[in-house]
Design a protein around this ligand. Structure first.
Ligand code: NAD
Ligand code: LMR
Length: 314
């Protein structure tokens, strides 16, 4: 199996590539691509780590070589936020990056699973979907927006709040990946009933966590290391599904699983052909229902922005 990371010289790209080189099963291939000319060197650097994952870095016109025969394409190419910016401020630049990378992916490895990390995720996935559709190769079960960082943040903050060991709590996060569209389903965290105030404070922390990192990095980018950990967990789940492992379940932002909006994040089963069944996230409290209703106009607008970028270019 072959995994390709696009944007591999960046903060997320380098860290997630390191995790993949260290942890993928023996025999896997890892291809790295970035417009930064250092990328072949990053490949050489990683190749000195003693695991049986073959790694090679590409740049310039070699994107097709990086994508050739790929089963999973991870996209973290594009610009990141600075303090004072919203994720939607990245739209203009990053939509062009996603359009061009996905167009090449559609031509070279149309059957791959495409996992989009680049922000704003809520709009970049619709951009990718429309490009794949135009190329006649769109398979909604193989296109994912990676919302896993919200899940690991929720699991970390909730475990800390409950004084439980890290990694012992599971939290589903539904909706999308920006502001109020990030909705952790606190009412379904097993073994504990939060008061409305406790749940609201935790939800606020999870929704604001990206901005917390952007502000703390003070103009030097956004979350990279926790994103790499989240990205690795998600890519690994996609790979385990492709290898026909049973019971692989994670949250992701996909088309076709929800009545709320064209794209929506929720837990799903992953299998040999990508995701194949969305799973219920349990009954919501009145407050959660209200939050879900309140997010939908924003989520739908952000989806439309992505669609229009391809369908109604200026
Ligand atoms: P970064 O600036 O460190 O790296 C981005 C990389 O993309 C750079 O190496 C750059 O050369 C490369 N790049 C730009 N245009 C390219 C192109 N056309 N083809 C190939 N490579 C290209 O940024 P980062 O911190 O790694 O973040 C990357 C993206 O991920 C940002 O949009 C950021 O907002 C997003 N992000 C998403 C999540 C999430 O939860 N989904 C979390 C954190 C960051
Ligand atoms: C995050 O949640 O950390 C990412 O989406 C990056 C950002 O801009 O906040």
């Amino acid at each position: 199996m072959k995994i390709t990371v696009l944007g591999a010289a960046g903060g997320i790209g380098q860290s997630v590539s390191l995790l993949l080189k260290m942890k993928l099963p023996a025999g896997f291939k890892l291809a790295l691509y970035d417009i930064a000319p250092v990328t072949p060197g990053i490949g050489v650097d990683l190749s000195h780590i003693p695991t049986d994952v073959a790694v090679k870095g590409f740049t310039g016109n070699d994107l097709p070589l990086a994508l050739e025969g790929s089963n999973v394409v991870v996209i973290c190419a594009g610009i990141a936020r600075k303090p004072g910016m919203h994720r939607s401020d990245l739209f203009k630049f990053n939509a062009g990056v996603i359009r061009d990378l996905i167009a090449t992916g559609a031509a070279i490895c149309p059957n791959a699973c495409f996992c989009i990390i680049t922000n704003p995720v809520n709009s970049m996935v619709p951009v990718a979907a429309e490009v794949l559709k135009k190329a006649g190769v769109y398979n909604p079960q193989k296109l994912f927006g990676v919302t896993m960082l919200d899940v690991i943040r929720a699991e970390t903050f909730v475990a800390k709040f409950l004084d439980r060991a890290a990694g012992t709590i599971r939290v589903n996060v539904i909706g999308g990946h920006s502001g109020q569209t990030i909705l952790p389903v606190m009412s379904q965290v097993g073994g504990f009933e939060f008061t409305d105030e406790e749940a609201a404070a935790l939800v606020r922390h999870i929704q604001d966590a990206g901005t917390e990192v952007v502000d703390a990095k003070a103009g030097n980018g956004s979350a990279t290391l926790a994103m790499a950990a989240a990205g690795y967990r998600f890519i690994n789940a996609v790979v385990r599904g492709l290898m026909d492992e049973e019971n692989v379940i994670e949250c992701a932002y996909v088309e076709g699983g929800s009545q709320h909006s064209r794209f929506f994040s929720q837990p799903m089963r992953l299998g040999k052909e990508g995701w194949y069944k969305v799973l219920p996230y349990g009954p919501l409290t009145q407050a959660e229902k209200a939050s879900l209703e309140a997010m939908l106009p924003t989520l739908r607008d952000e989806i439309r922005m992505g669609e229009d970028f391809i369908l109604k270019p200026e």
